[in-house]
Design a binder for this molecule. Structure first.
Ligand SMILES: Cc1cc2nc3c(=O)[nH]c(=O)nc-3n(C[C@H](O)[C@H](O)[C@H](O)COP(=O)(O)OP(=O)(O)OC[C@H]3O[C@@H](n4cnc5c(N)ncnc54)[C@H](O)[C@@H]3O)c2cc1C
Length: 360
C-alpha cells in the first residue's frame, strides 16, 4: 500500500490506483482531513514528542481537525487532558480513555482502544510518535484496522506523501500512501518542532470521555503489566535533551560510565550509549541511541569512544553540533563530527571534569 511516489504518479493522474481505491488530490483531500493523535503524557503534561505529533498534524493540513487521545487514570490524566485541550490551535477535541487498563504502555489494549476510537471517529489520519510505545502500538492497531502504517516519517509534503529514512538513515525515500483510511503514521519527533504559537484563552478544546464498552468484549489478554524499572535521575529525558553525552565500548566498564555521568551533571545533559555498550552491560537499554534505540537531535552531541557505525549514526546524525573523541583517527564517527579530538577518552574526560565548573 505504501509505494514509491514516482511509480504511482501515472495512476494518480488517472484518479485511480491499486485495488480500485479512489484518490483525491490537492485541495479536495485537504478538506477531508481529520487526525487522531495518540498523546503520551507524564506528570500531568503531554510529552514533547506528542506535541511534535501535533506539529505533524498541522503539516498534513492547516485546516486539519485534530482529536488528541489520552489514556490512563487518576488526577495526572485529567491534568494532562487540560494541558492537551490548550496545547495547539488545531486541537478540536480531547478524548480521554479513563481506565487502569491504559495506565501503562501496554500495546495490546491500547491497539484495541485505537481501533474502537478510529471506527467511531472515521479519521483520515492517525499519528503517533516513534517512541518505544508508539513503535509498539502503531503496527498492532494498523493490523486490527487492516491498513499498512507508514513509519518514521520525517517530512510531509502532501496529506498522503511522506519522507522517511531507509537503510539506517543513509537514504531518504518519498512514499505515497495509497491505502484506505486511516493513513496511520509514526513520526520522528526530532523532525517536527512543537508549535510556539500562543493559544488564545478562548480556544480550549472540549474534553470527552471515550466509550470503553469494547473492553467487555475482550475475554482474555495475552499481556499484563508487571513493573517498570527505570533509572532514578534528575537528568533530562534523552529523547528531548539539548545536550547528550554518549559513551561507546571504548568506555570499557560500567564504572567508567560514571565519569560520563559526572560530565552530564555538569552540562545538564542526558547520557546516551551505543548498543555495544548496552550489550556489554555497562548501562541499561533505555540509554541506547541509534536505529534500534532512541533517535536524538540535540544542540550538542558529544561521543566518547564511539566508532560511528551506521546503526548508531541513524539515531544521532541530525544533532546540530557533533563532537567526537576517539583514539582512532580513521573512526567513521569523524566523518559526521563537527569537532574531533583524536586521543585517549579518559584523558580528555578527566581534563573536562577538572576544568568544567559544577552546574549551579
Ligand atoms: C540490526 C542492527 C541494529 C543496530 N542498532 C544499533 C543502535 O541502535 N545503536 C548502536 O549504537 N548500535 C547499533 N548496532 C550496533 C552497531 O553496528 C555497532 O556494533 C555499535 O554501534 C558499535 O558500538 P561502539 O561504537 O560503542 O563500539 P566499537 O565499534 O567497538 O567502537 C569502540 C570505539 O572506541 C574507540 N576507543 C576504544 N578505547 C578508546 C579510548 N581509550 N579512547 C578513545 N577511543 C577509544 C575505538 O577506537 C572504537 O572506535 C546495531 C547493529 C545491527 C546489526
Amino acid at each position: 500500500m505504501v509505494m514509491a511516489a514516482a511509480l504511482l504518479a501515472g495512476a494518480l493522474r488517472r484518479g485511480r490506483a491499486g485495488g480500485g481505491a479512489r484518490y483525491f488530490a490537492g485541495e479536495s483531500l485537504r478538506r477531508l482531513v481529520s487526525t487522531l493523535v495518540v498523546a503520551e503524557h507524564e506528570g500531568g503534561l503531554v510529552k514533547p514528542s506528542s506535541l511534535s505529533a501535533l506539529a505533524a498534524a498541522e503539516a498534513i493540513a492547516k485546516e486539519n481537525k485534530v482529536s488528541l487521545l489520552l489514556g490512563g487514570s487518576g488526577p495526572t490524566l485529567h491534568k494532562a487532558a487540560q494541558h492537551a485541550a490548550s496545547s495547539h490551535p488545531l486541537v478540536n477535541e480531547v478524548l480521554v480513555a479513563d481506565s487502569d487498563v491504559f495506565a501503562h504502555p501496554l500495546a495490546e489494549p491500547w491497539a484495541e482502544l485505537l481501533r474502537s476510537v478510529q471506527q467511531k471517529g472515521g479519521y483520515s489520519h492517525v499519528i503517533a510518535s516513534s517512541t518505544s510505545f508508539g513503535k509498539n502500538l502503531l503496527p498492532r492497531a494498523a493490523a486490527l484496522l487492516d491498513v499498512s502504517p507508514v513509519t518514521d516519517v520525517t517530512a510531509i509534503s502532501e496529506p498522503r506523501v511522506f519522507v522517511r529514512p531507509i537503510y539506517a538513515g543513509n537514504a531518504l525515500c518519498t512514499v505515497r500512501y495509497t491505502g484506505e483510511n486511516p493513513c496511520m503514521m509514526s513520526i520522528r519527533s526530532t523532525s517536527f518542532s512543537p508549535t510556539t504559537e500562543s493559544m488564545p484563552e478562548t480556544k480550549v478544546a472540549p474534553i470527552t470521555q471515550v466509550d470503553l464498552s469494547f473492553l467487555n468484549e475482550v475475554s482474555s489478554r495475552k499481556s499484563s503489566w508487571v513493573n517498570l524499572t527505570s533509572q532514578d535521575t534528575e537528568r533530562p529525558d534523552l529523547a528531548n535533551a539539548c545536550v547528550v553525552v554518549t559513551g561507546g565500548r571504548g568506555l570499557k566498564s560500567a564504572e567508567n560510565f560514571k565519569l560520563l555521568e559526572q560530565l552530564a551533571e555538569k552540562l545538564g545533559a542526558a547520557v546516551g550509549a551505543t548498543r555495544a555498550a548496552v550489550d556489554a552491560g555497562y548501562v541499561p537499554n533505555e540509554l541506547q541511541v541509534g536505529q534500534t534505540g532512541k533517535i536524538v537531535a540535540p544542540e550538542l552531541y558529544i561521543a566518547f569512544g564511539v566508532s560511528g557505525a551506521i546503526q548508531h549514526l541513524a539515531g544521532m546524525r541530525d544533532s546540530k553540533v557533533i563532537v567526537a573523541v576517539n583514539k582512532d583517527a580513521d573512526a567513521p564517527i569523524f566523518q559526521v563530527a563537527d569537532y574531533g579530538i583524536v586521543g585517549d577518552l579518559f584523558q580528555v574526560l578527566g581534563e573536562l571534569l577538572r576544568k568544567m565548573p559544577d552546574k549551579k
